[in-house]
Design a protein around this ligand. Structure first.
Ligand SMILES: [Zn+2]
Length: 222
């Protein structure tokens, strides 16, 4: 019988997922992730099983349009090809909190990019232990979000809990999600150099979900 040979190129993998935990900072007003042991070997059970209770937008997670668009596509509507594919990581200047289109251009944005990952000063927040929710994170202005749509970008990634500023009114979310641009949030990009990568984002396929935690990996040829 002929053996099946899979040829896998030499890929260097960077796991940019923050561990899913009860200590992850949650959006103010959201409940923290809750761990409810259902069966514990330490207590005499023959296996360990835990019930997790968590908001759909906690830890490293994704936003499908349904998050802000009442009849927008959900987690079960979007094909996996939307979450996986070539991407460009750009580094936004550390002095920037409100990211404008000029900051994206200055960071070396290349036209034709379909998946854009923003490394900002936010990634340093993952050094601050224990985590507390920090409101001064860098994120896109609504004008920059409009520019992103005009560039034909279909996915935006960022290294804190939202691509919209903390005091935003939802306009930046509606601009992206309302124009079929999906998002990945809560990335840990501390070890990532800017450049081209393969994005492997695997969110939970929650039926009709308005968001989902994800395991996210950036890969490049070593
Ligand atoms: Zn979200």
């Amino acid at each position: 019988m002929k053996e099946i040979q899979l040829s896998v190129p030499n890929l260097e993998l960077f796991d940019v997922t923050v561990p899913f935990s009860a200590t992850f900072p949650v959006w103010p007003g959201d409940p923290a992730v809750e761990w409810r042991p259902l069966s514990q070997m330490a207590a005499g059970s023959w296996c360990n099983v835990t019930q997790l209770v968590f908001p759909t937008h906690c830890c490293t997670h994704v936003d499908p349009p349904r998050h802000f668009i009442a009849d927008g596509p959900t987690m079960s509507d979007l094909p996996i090809e939307r979450w996986v594919g070539p991407c460009q990581v750009i580094a936004i200047d550390e002095s920037v909190t409100t990211i404008e289109s000029k900051d994206l251009i200055a960071a070396g944005f290349e036209p034709g990019t379909e998946r854009l990952i923003l490394k900002t000063r936010n990634s340093d927040k993952w050094n601050n232990q224990p985590y507390v929710f920090e409101t001064d994170f860098a994120a896109l202005s609504t004008d920059a979000a409009r520019w992103v749509v005009e560039q034909g970008i279909k996915l935006v990634g960022i290294d804190y809990l939202s691509f919209e500023l903390f005091n935003g009114d939802g306009a930046t979310h509606r601009m992206l999600l309302g124009n079929d641009v999906i998002a990945v949030e809560g990335l840990d990009l501390r070890k990532i150099e800017p450049g081209p990568y393969l994005l492997l984002c695997m969110p939970l396929k929650i039926q009709d979900g308005d968001g989902a935690p994800a395991r996210v990996v950036l890969a490049r040829q070593s």
